[in-house]
Design a protein around this ligand. Sequence first.
Ligand code: SF4
Length: 662
Amino acid sequence: MIGDSVWGDLEPLLERVNKPIQYVGGELNSTVKEWNVGGFGPDGADLTTRWALMYPDAYEVGVPNQGVMILYEVLNERADVIAERTYSVWPDLEALLREAGLPQFTVDAHRSVRDFDLLGLSFSTELGYTNMLTALDLAGIPLHAADRGIDDPIVIAGGHAAFNPEPVADFIDCAIVGDGEQAVLTVTDIVGEWKASGRPGGRREVLLRLARTGGVYVPAFYEVSYLSDGRIQRVAPAPDATGVPWRVSKHTVMDLDAWPYPKQPLVPLAESVHERMSVEIFRGCTRGCRFCQAGMITRPVRERSITGVGEMVERGLAATGFEEVGLLSLSSADHSEIAAMTKGLADRYEGTQTGLSLPSTRVDAFNIDLANELTRNGRRSGLTFAPEGGSERIRKVINKMVTEDDLIKTVAAAYGAGWRQVKLYFMCGLPTETDDDVLQIAEVAKRVIDTGRQASGRRDIRCTVSIGGFVPKPHTPFQWTAQLGAAETDARLAKLRDAIRADKRYASSIGFRYHDGKPGIVEGLLSRGDRRIGRVIETVWRDGQRFDGWSEHFSYERWMAATETALADLPVDLAWYTTRERDQHEVLPWDHLDSGLDKDWLWEDWQDALDETEVDDCRWTPCFDCGVCPQMGTEIEVGPTGQTLLPLTVMGSGRQALAEQH
Ligand code: SF4
């Protein structure tokens, strides 16, 4: 029967797989509802709207995901809605499910994903695309949206990768760009109403209703035409898709205090990547790092108030029993009330088991003060900073306004305050980069060690240099740039490794971590790809590709073979999508998805990058006309609010300090 649990058949299989606990569900704060919780109308119409929410990666990566957790709770708060979660099954269970004829299932009530009205997928990165195909196939949902019938779920993509959903346009029914909290409720209302009225007009009608809101992208309603050289000529609404907008808008939640989710964070049963609770202290970032897609697409900055954060921490800890809280955002030290917030929380939880952390990587001494405050009683093991670029010149290109002196002062303060290990994060393959820009990372690391030895008076301090390959992303000033090839990236990193190892006085104090350039090229293909890349994804998946974010499962060779086969009859190839620079007037595959950023402003910022001109943060300077605020009817929302963390109960020796503060 539709909506029945498959647990009885699934359970015996779990004895034969790795980490069976990840498929069991029943976590603290999870929700299981009756299938027909919304009841029936007088004419027997089904009044329940059912969502399966998927993070297309393994449970341990997916379960702490804030986006899914928030939507799960927001939806389940509605009496007429069911939301359950599903994660990617590892290949061992996939094989057993196929053998037994069992479907992709939810971990909450172990229902078949195909029984739901909607399947919402959250794509933090493009590396979950092949896992989506596995889930659709296991669920018995046709891979291609065009082949789906009225009883198949509506497949909706969200998350940062959905800002260019074109590579998966054949497989999804819709995409939502931006914040999901309000958007999922709007979608629920539309789908619920359509169902309650007997599903008039079938699948096409409900998709039209969604598309006409202006905030739901339905790829099937848009036609793409190409020039003979392979570039896109035009993307336009299909003639019969009346009322569908030329550009689809992103969603922005302006008042974060009105959406204090998750209120009851999930506590994973199995080991997960974050064994802590997270509280998002603000959304958006206007620092303007030119490589950073997250910063660009989440503008403007919207802060949660200090009181709102305090309440979420208190309530979340009580609801979960976690002993660590992370204050999350893209650059947490930038919250206008961060000093009062960290002091208030450190006072509040002093003498308890609760640890606080600020996963911020801003390079300045203020950040060290915050880290010191949060670790008053704790261990001072490692701090991470992200200068991103090795030379002053390249840092101007990427608009990371940090001088080498800033960095040295910061690490001196860190080692002086008792921190023993500093981790520095850089990128390789940035636009205009030369070998010399990257080799300067070795010089920076040596200066850091010298400074640390001096500041701490010890020789056992360490600095770890961690390097990621730069991947140009849509909706950023670098969306036009050529990506560095895999072989060139590897050659540049090999030179850097040799330079670090060459000097024996430092070699044992400097750790060096990097990935080879191959996964970055596949990510680049998927990030800036268009609809034609769907063929590549399907080919590689049919060839067995799964779990692209995991080095033990990722196969560059398989991706290269699929790219060659799938694009053979087209005037485009891997290099065309990745290492080719685009010109100003090229129609980009994501131009019809409106992130709010003005394309002319992005181009000017790209030209500023080439001129090594920096642009300040609009939080503290006049607006730079990036377009987001007027376009989206939004504005920067920063404190100070004048509020405090009170009336929280103050505990331990911090009571006096907090009392004095007020
Ligand atoms: S429109 Fe102006 S104030 Fe708003 S995010 Fe862009 S630059 Fe900043």
